[in-house]
Design a protein around this ligand. Structure first.
Ligand code: 8Y7
Length: 296
């Protein structure tokens, strides 16, 4: 079996077991951690680097830097604002730490400039549908995560409707994949993400979760994010400050379903878990792995 790897610019990402992507929001208004890295109007770079350092110490494999909040009702950012938020942080992280950096963006200029400044992966909740984004991503040569979202962030949770949520999400991802491949992106460098919480009710999210096998069967590596999302809050009837255990539990259970299916079908793809709580997620994955190793 060939190794499960992604070619991320000057680095290789080993996906032979699930890896953890730590969320670094450099926005003033993200839903669970907005503004934490801000000193007044501007980003506190020192504090940001300390946050990254602790995520890496806790076992994060990738740091996902985002400069646009996709929270419903968040104010739109200009291209310049997004560049001003993301680029200094990307450059500082890359010069200080030996890690992989993913950029959470839909903006062509951000994709281009970030890839020139050593970004390793493009994570686009709009699946490269914004003008110029596809070409910018193709030119970067970096892996891309295509995520499904119904409607746009400001309206997506109003009344999401599907007749077949799994089929529609998969059809969208395959269609965007084809567009990417036609633009010159290597199919093996494309990750799929069902986009939990993006234009989905709790019911939709649960249906998608129970159909993870079908996402594994696409052969694409998956990126999954449920960390602190409202689905966790709904399942637990808990507010944003009390979703840690729920988020970690769901991440672990998703990882187990994905890996079980990959092993069963000898599918050579990987899994990235996008999380706020790196230490706790890594601990959960470690316990699982060590218990399994003991049983072998
Ligand atoms: C996701 C994401 C967010 C996700 C991918 C949040 C940027 C909202 N969620 N990217 N981004 N997948 N690929 O709750 O689920 O963190 S932002």
């Amino acid at each position: 079996m060939t190794a499960r790897t992604l070619t991320c610019g000057n680095k290789i990402l080993d996906l032979s077991r699930p890896v953890v992507m730590g969320i670094l929001n450099v926005t003033p208004d993200s839903f669970s951690d907005g503004g934490q890295l801000y000193a007044g109007e501007s980003i506190d770079l020192d504090k940001t680097l300390h946050t990254v350092e602790s995520m890496l110490r806790d076992g994060a494999d990738i740091i996902d830097i985002g400069g646009e909040s996709t929270r419903p009702g968040a104010s739109p950012v200009s291209v310049q604002q997004e560049l001003d938020r993301v680029m200094p942080v990307l450059q500082a992280v890359n010069s200080r730490f030996d890690t992989l950096v993913s950029v959470d963006t839909s903006t062509a200029q951000v994709i281009t400039e970030a890839s020139q400044s050593g970004a390793h992966l493009i994570n686009d909740v709009r699946a490269l549908q914004r003008e110029g984004a596809l070409q910018a991503a193709a030119a970067s040569g970096l892996p891309v995560c295509l995520m499904h979202m119904q409607n746009q962030p400001d309206t997506m949770q109003t009344n999401p409707v599907y007749s077949d949520v799994v089929g529609e999400v998969l059809a969208f991802l395959y269609q965007r994949k084809q567009v990417c491949v036609d633009a010159g992106i290597d199919s093996e460098q494309i990750l799929f993400d069902p986009g939990f919480g993006f234009g989905k009710t709790l019911q939709h999210n649960l249906v998608l979760n129970s159909a993870l096998d079908r996402f594994v069967d696409t052969g694409h590596s998956l990126l999954l994010g449920v960390s602190r999302k409202s689905m966790i809050g709904q399942l637990l009837d808990s507010n944003i400050d009390n979703r840690l255990i729920g988020s970690v539990t769901m991440a672990l259970l998703m990882a187990q379903s994905v890996v079980r299916r990959q092993d069963q079908s000898e599918i050579n793809s990987g899994l990235i878990l996008r999380v706020h709580d790196v230490l706790e997620t890594v601990q959960a994955l470690t316990i699982w792995r060590k218990i399994n190793e003991f049983g072998e």
